[in-house]
Design a protein around this ligand. Structure first.
Ligand code: PEP
Ligand code: MN
Length: 338
């Protein structure tokens, strides 16, 4: 159930409703909107009686939730969530977010050389895994905390916000200490204990769609994070597994408007994992922005032929520059900026 507050409800009235919800043993999620605050209720097993809340001061209406998710839905919050990372960097607002960098932090020189180019080209967010979930246990697994320290140095020296993956309870402790955004990868989209832990973090979370996840499963995974109190979640379409053999995955761009109809969370696109082929990254980036994505996450490597992971899908800095040039031309048609 959603408790809708009047447009001019006071802070005290909102707090009183939250206290009432909590006194019944449930969790209250007050979500301010442009015109009014809505309060989501979680933790109840069956339907709730509207009468318990309707008569409280400041309440205008109680609305039963028709969808399986409560907090990620547009029923709770009409306007798209804008995630503010500080220093003017936002995800979900008018400005498109560009996250660029290598698949993995391989060593200090490689990561910093790529970061320097990425910053010069104008991206504001840097990606790079310090913990790599790999298909083979013999493949490069990432530099762990040493990699995070390299990323922290990049943030310091190049002014880039850091997006990096946490793969388990141990790594998330470190990732939230060093990074600006915690990435949860496709393979962990339904790692429910990791989702709950991310929900207790103060850092925004980039949640990637699982390789065989439906739209509802993606939204329910995000719901786990919000239900714990972290409302700063960015969804990411990164391709799903189909029978195609001309790409690594099939980038499902039709999920973007579908998500936007149902959810207030921002959604970005990863054309690198989505296609697995470097020459497809620019065309699919153009398409992603045209379809309405809030940004892109792109693998960029200064020497892709020597990359320890995902070299085939990594573009080089000059291609990133070309990509941003093209996106800058498309953005105004959609009333977006870059
Ligand atoms: C990555 O971003 O490098 C990655 C491993 O992504 P995904 O979880 O989408 O495979
Ligand atoms: Mn990768």
């Amino acid at each position: 159930m959603l408790v809708m507050m009047k447009a001019h409800a006071t802070r005290e009235e909102i707090e009183a409703v939250c206290r009432k919800i909590e006194s019944m043993g449930y969790k209250a999620h007050p979500i301010p909107g442009i015109t009014r605050t809505a309060i989501g209720i979680t933790g109840n097993q069956g339907p709730l009686e509207a009468a318990a809340f309707e008569s409280l001061p400041g309440v205008t209406d109680c609305v039963p939730v028709s969808k399986p998710y409560k907090l990620v839905g547009r029923e709770l919050k009409e306007e798209t969530t804008v995630i503010d990372l500080g220093d003017g960097v936002r995800i979900g607002g008018k400005e498109l977010a560009i996250i660029a960098g290598p698949c993995a932090v391989e060593n200090r020189e490689q990561a910093r050389a790529t970061a320097k180019s990425v910053a010069a080209i104008g991206a504001k967010l840097f990606r790079g895994g310090a913990y790599k979930p790999r298909t083979s246990p013999y493949s490069f697994q990432g530099l762990a905390e040493d990699g995070l320290k390299i990323l922290a140095g990049i943030r310091e020296d190049y002014g880039l916000k850091i997006v990096t993956e946490a793969i388990d309870a141990e790594s998330i402790e470190l990732v939230e200490r060093y990074a600006d955004v915690i990435q949860i990868g496709a393979r962990n989209m339904q790692n429910f204990s990791l989702l709950k832990r991310a929900g207790r973090s103060k850092r925004p979370v980039l949640l990637k769609r699982g390789i065989s996840a439906t739209l509802d499963e993606l939204l329910m995974a995000a719901e786990y994070i919000l239900a714990e109190g972290n409302y700063n979640v960015i969804l990411c379409e990164r391709g799903i597994r189909t029978f195609t053999d001309h790409t690594r995955n099939t980038l499902d761009l039709s999920v973007i408007p579908a998500v936007q109809r149902l959810s207030h969370l921002p959604i970005i696109v990863d054309p690198s994992h989505g296609t697995g082929r470097r020459e497809k990254v620019i065309p699919l980036s153009r398409a992603a922005i045209a379809v309405g994505a809030d940004g892109l996450i792109i693998e960029v490597h200064n020497q892709p032929e020597n990359a320890l992971s995902d070299g085939n899908q990594s573009i080089q800095p000059p291609e990133l520059e070309q990509l941003l040039k093209e996106i800058r031309l498309i953005a105004p048609i959609l009333d977006r900026t870059l």
